[in-house]
Design a binder for this molecule. Structure first.
Ligand code: GLY
Length: 324
């Protein structure tokens, strides 16, 4: 039996059942999975996370409501979380063992399966903008390290000193991990991501992370790897993942899910649960958001909770704990 928690919406297609209302558009987001237990979070902290998730949802929904693209929507939703120190993305990202920040991001659109990503960037304020610039302004899919920052700068993106990403909370986490020589699950999590469907039937996915606390300088996780944390294919599904990146890379989680949907005809939830069970069998944990071509969606995670939310023309919802 799987240890995954899952929540699905807008009804998976069911043979001979009345069709669920097809949303014109939908945006689904996550703000990281991890040990998030009801009762261990203050009311203020919970309210702050829910408000931040709603702000991200609304940023993307504004675009989708007006007929804009899924690609613009996932970028906008992720930027809100990159700018919010609650999340392990831009400002508020975790520290490397060297006391710096190295950020990873990727973006993919489903019509042509165009994709772009950056790994280990240290100066671009919003890594997801850099990933999109790689996709649209270069002949490549992935840039890494100083060359990725230089590319972003040449594209006119906002650049910052690496200390812009500092927060006291993440500094304290670094000091604790270095002293105890051990990471808690929370130290390994916090990636943000979004998947969207627009009124033209286009799917898109985006993921950004600071990685794991006290990671070795140069370590790259799953977030910038197309097929590991991010995947989108029109007519199939869009996925963004959060969790212990090494395991998500080895399983190729995002592409595995879309392939199982496409080739095996599995439901979003079945495909995601199978992929996360593979992650768990190897020793990893985390979660995914999955959005299907018809607007059905699923949150699946094998961690104690996942910051998450969903919005369509029917309204918005957020959730944090496993039992929501
Ligand atoms: N999932 C983010 C990371 O492991 O870097």
């Amino acid at each position: 039996m799987s240890a995954c928690a899952s929540v699905s919406g807008a009804a998976e297609p069911a043979p001979a059942a009345a069709p669920a209302q097809t949303p014109e558009w939908r945006l689904v987001i996550h703000g990281g999975a991890g040990v998030i237990v009801r009762g261990q979070m203050t009311e203020e902290a919970e309210a702050a996370y829910r408000a931040a998730l709603l702000a991200s949802l609304e940023a993307g929904a504004e675009i989708l409501r007006a007929g804009g693209s899924a690609l613009d929507a996932v970028e906008a939703a992720v930027i809100v979380m990159e700018d919010d120190p609650l999340f392990n993305a831009g400002h508020g990202a975790v520290f490397t063992a060297a006391g710096t920040h190295e950020l990873d991001a990727s973006i993919m659109e489903g019509s042509q399966r165009d994709a772009g990503s950056v790994a280990g960037v240290m100066r671009v304020k919003n890594p997801i903008r850099a990933a999109r610039a790689v996709m649209e302004q270069s002949e490549h899919v992935m840039f890494a390290g100083p060359g990725a920052d230089a590319f972003a700068e040449a594209q006119g993106l906002d650049m910052v000193d690496n200390t812009y990403f500092n927060t006291d909370r993440r500094r304290q986490a670094l000091e604790r991990v270095l002293e105890e020589r051990a990471r808690t699950a929370a130290d390994r999590h916090g990636t943000v991501g979004a998947v969207a469907l627009d009124v033209n039937g286009n799917l898109a996915a985006a993921t950004t992370t600071g990685g794991m606390t006290a990671k070795a300088a140069g370590r790259v996780g799953d977030a910038p790897l197309i097929g590991a944390a991010t995947y989108a294919e029109n007519g199939v599904c869009a996925v963004s993942a959060t969790g212990h990146g090494e395991y998500f890379i080895r399983v190729g989680v995002a592409k595995t899910i879309c392939d199982r949907v496409k080739l095996a005809g599995e439901s979003l939830e079945q495909a995601a649960t199978t992929a996360l069970d593979e992650v768990a069998a190897l020793g990893g944990d985390g979660g995914v958001i999955v959005l299907g071509a018809g607007g059905a969606y699923s949150f699946v995670f094998n961690s104690e909770g996942m910051y998450r939310g969903e919005i369509s023309q029917s309204g918005a919802s957020t959730a944090i704990y496993r039992d929501e």
